[in-house]
Design a protein around this ligand. Sequence first.
Ligand SMILES: [Zn+2]
Length: 238
Amino acid sequence: MSISLDILAIAAHPDDIEQTCGGTLIRMAEMGYRTGALDLTAGDMGTRGTPEERLAEAEVAARHLRLAWRGNLRFPDARLENTISARMTLAMKVRELRPRVVILPYWQGRHPDHYRASELGYEACFLAGLRKLDEYSEPHRPHKVIYSALYAHVTPSFVVDISAQFEARMAALLAYQSQYGARDDASGLFPQEQEIRERLGAIARFYGNLIGVKYGEPFVVKETIEVDDIVNMGVRSI
Ligand SMILES: [Zn+2]
């Protein structure tokens, strides 16, 4: 059964999307697009909470993000590998969901799961378009692959204004109570709500400032962006 999403965000861990491209997903859903999220692992190596708690929290977050669909492949956390079987599983999911646009993590980063998810996502999208991959499902290749670049410290290809969606994105992230809820035994490893709010706010302000708005989310594309009308381009030069 195919679902036909407009946009599918693929990420390594539940709560990644909420931090990197959640505002954009909410804004696109508000515009009427069908959005989805596929988390590759359930965070089973996390210090706090169980995978079952993370999955339940991800469902609550999905409602804040206004997702039409959310799934989890339950690949092994912290040791995600780009194997043939992982690529095939993901490619079949891409065929089922038929997204026009796929959002992947940036291809470099501190956490190995993040850059592996990026590579795995790209290769699965490519494989999904090969007719002979599997005779029981229809081939599908997304039109566009974009990379969320929030933690990549690279110049974004474009920034999406999420000023009106920032609070809803914050609510989605805070749905992960096992990760971000206040606890007495907090060792400093897990920032409390106020700290998270300030940190995410500062980052979103930085990217928003690049396009002259309050809050923004940055993305990178590998292709050049085409412009049809140079008279009506966004963002002032002077
Ligand atoms: Zn992550």
